[in-house]
Design a protein around this ligand. Structure first.
Ligand code: SF4
Length: 245
């Protein structure tokens, strides 16, 4: 075969990434959220706390672990140090034994001691209610600040954790490659009347129904408006035992 008759070399083609969801229509966003709201009219955080300081500490401790694990550790910690001054006095070495059952406990003990000291030194022992001051505290990022602003101060913020990031993309509600993109999409698309509680509705929905590995679409109250392409069918019914056994 001469050079001129050789077939052109073809590059291996990349397999196209198949989207898992189409973008939810704007008109479907309100009914999607309303369905979650109807199923759970008074949603609350599952973290146990008595005031804004304890909420802040609980949220810092909850990074990369479950609320249930945090709730096991915090009663004894808050009994020993219920206020920023007491927590600062307890210090990193004193906090550590209370939270050893929680992931990343060493870094968290350090951060909780430092943020308590900062609250005493810079804020008169109170938790500040503005984002910049919150995010300046040790161990506090945008997500933690959003939770505190929402739960303690009633602001319509959207804290994007792993569940909300997954839901924003999977359902087509607010697709985005970063947590900030999903946050901005949700804030822009969810009607203001739902926005404050939407954070809880979405987290709880992701935790108990729209689960990471297998979403339980067959029992999802919002499936009519969800744009996930591969909705999970109901599990096949178990075969009935013969002879009534
Ligand atoms: S459980 Fe299924 S139907 Fe419901 S929001 Fe999640 S992916 Fe959509």
């Amino acid at each position: 075969m001469s050079e001129t008759t050789k077939k052109p070399r073809t590059r291996p083609t990349k397999r196209p990434v198949r989207p898992t969801a189409r973008r939810m229509a704007a008109a479907d966003v309100a009914p999607f959220i309303a369905a979650l709201a109807t199923a759970n009219p008074a949603p609350e955080t599952e973290l146990v706390y008595a005031d804004a300081f304890q909420l802040l500490v609980a949220v810092v401790l909850s990074a990369q672990t479950t609320d249930a694990a945090v709730n096991k550790a915090t009663p004894a910690l808050f009994k020993a140090a219920p206020t920023p001054a007491a927590m600062a006095a307890l210090g990193e070495a004193g906090i550590a034994p209370f939270i050893r059952s929680i992931g990343l406990w060493q870094a968290k003990a350090k951060n909780v001691a430092a943020l308590a000291a900062r609250l005493v030194a810079d804020h008169g022992g109170a938790v500040p209610s503005d984002r910049a001051a919150l995010e300046a505290l040790p161990g506090v990022g945008r997500k933690t600040a959003n939770v505190v602003l929402n739960v303690a101060f009633g602001e319509a913020t959207m804290a994007v954790d792993t569940h909300i990031f997954r839901l924003g993309n999977r359902t087509g509600l607010a697709p985005g490659r970063t947590t900030r993109a999903v946050e901005d999409g949700l804030v822009a698309r969810i009607p203001p009347r739902y926005l404050r509680d939407a954070h809880h509705w979405l987290i709880l929905h992701g935790r108990y129904v729209c689960k990471a590995r297998t979403p339980e679409c067959w029992r999802c109250v919002a499936r009519e408006w969800c744009r996930y392409i591969r909705k999970t069918p109901a599990p096949a019914e178990k075969p009935q035992p013969r002879n009534g056994r």
